[in-house]
Design a binder for this molecule. Structure first.
Ligand SMILES: C[C@@]1(CC(=O)O)c2cc3[nH]c(cc4nc(cc5[nH]c(cc(n2)[C@H]1CCC(=O)O)[C@@](C)(CC(=O)O)[C@@H]5CCC(=O)O)C(CC(=O)O)=C4CCC(=O)O)c(CCC(=O)O)c3CC(=O)O
Ligand SMILES: NC(=O)C1=CN([C@@H]2O[C@H](COP(=O)(O)OP(=O)(O)OC[C@H]3O[C@@H](n4cnc5c(N)ncnc54)[C@H](O)[C@@H]3O)[C@@H](O)[C@H]2O)C=CC1
Length: 152
């Protein structure tokens, strides 16, 4: 992403779908739950760490009809063709995070630190997610030492 536009979203009244129910879906779902969203999850299988009671689970393979009224769609199946299909079938008004193809994605997720009224995030603009995670952890340590704060 050459020229990103950074924002903080209020998703309280938005419909958010996650396509896929594996390891990556679990990470995205946890962040959505922390943002006060009850996501709709479309996946035949759910990883054991995902609590079915916390989501609206559609236990089926992706079909366009399941995401028609969604504002945001995060697609993270292990089938790249399905992820591409989700992106292709989305309307102009839907924002899609295609987790398996950063060149074909409307937005990226960030590595984040939340503490009281502070929200700190790191992005490598898609170049190295593991570096973003590493840097986030180093910043967290630095802030802890400097300000003696606890972080989520
Ligand atoms: C483009 C982006 C799209 C998006 O997901 O939004 C994306 C894409 C991809 N990630 C991949 C791999 C990994 N991602 C992580 C971790 C995180 N990934 C996150 C974000 C993003 N990942 C967006 C850009 C972020 C940026 O700009 O820096 C974080 C920051 C936020 C979050 O997910 O919430 C979160 C850290 C959470 C934290 O804070 O701890 C780890 C490490 C781990 O799991 O421990 C690995 C394995 C190691 C590695 O390969 O680096 C692959 C390769 C898949 C493959 O082919 O195997 C792709 C696909 C591709 O690059 O096209
Ligand atoms: N952006 C990121 O942070 C990262 C992205 N990835 C990408 O994410 C993909 C998924 O990785 P994991 O979660 O580890 O895989 P996983 O194997 O744990 O989970 C895959 C999930 O997709 C579901 N699924 C498969 N076909 C489906 C369909 N047609 N409709 C709906 N759901 C379907 C399965 O039921 C399963 O729950 C990887 O293939 C990789 O491309 C991988 C690591 C990090």
């Amino acid at each position: 992403m050459q020229s990103p536009y950074p924002i903080i979203l209020n998703l309280a009244d938005k419909n958010v779908a996650v396509v896929g129910g594996g390891k990556v879906a679990c990470r995205k779902i946890n962040k959505l739950l922390a943002a006060g969203v009850r996501p709709t999850v479309i996946s035949p299988l759910l990883s054991p760490e995902i609590q079915p009671t916390q989501i609206n689970w559609i236990p089926d393979k992706y079909q366009r009809k399941y995401v028609e009224n969604m504002d945001i769609i995060i697609t993270c199946t292990d089938d790249r063709a399905v992820n591409d299909q989700v992106k292709k079938e989305a309307t102009h008004f839907q924002l899609v995070n295609n987790t398996s193809d950063k060149t074909n994605s409307d937005f990226y997720n960030l590595a984040t630190i939340k503490a009281n009224d502070m929200f700190i995030s790191v992005s490598t603009m898609g170049k190295s997610p593991s570096m973003a995670k590493k840097m986030k952890n180093e910043i967290k340590e630095w802030i802890k030492q400097k300000f003696h704060k606890e972080f989520e």
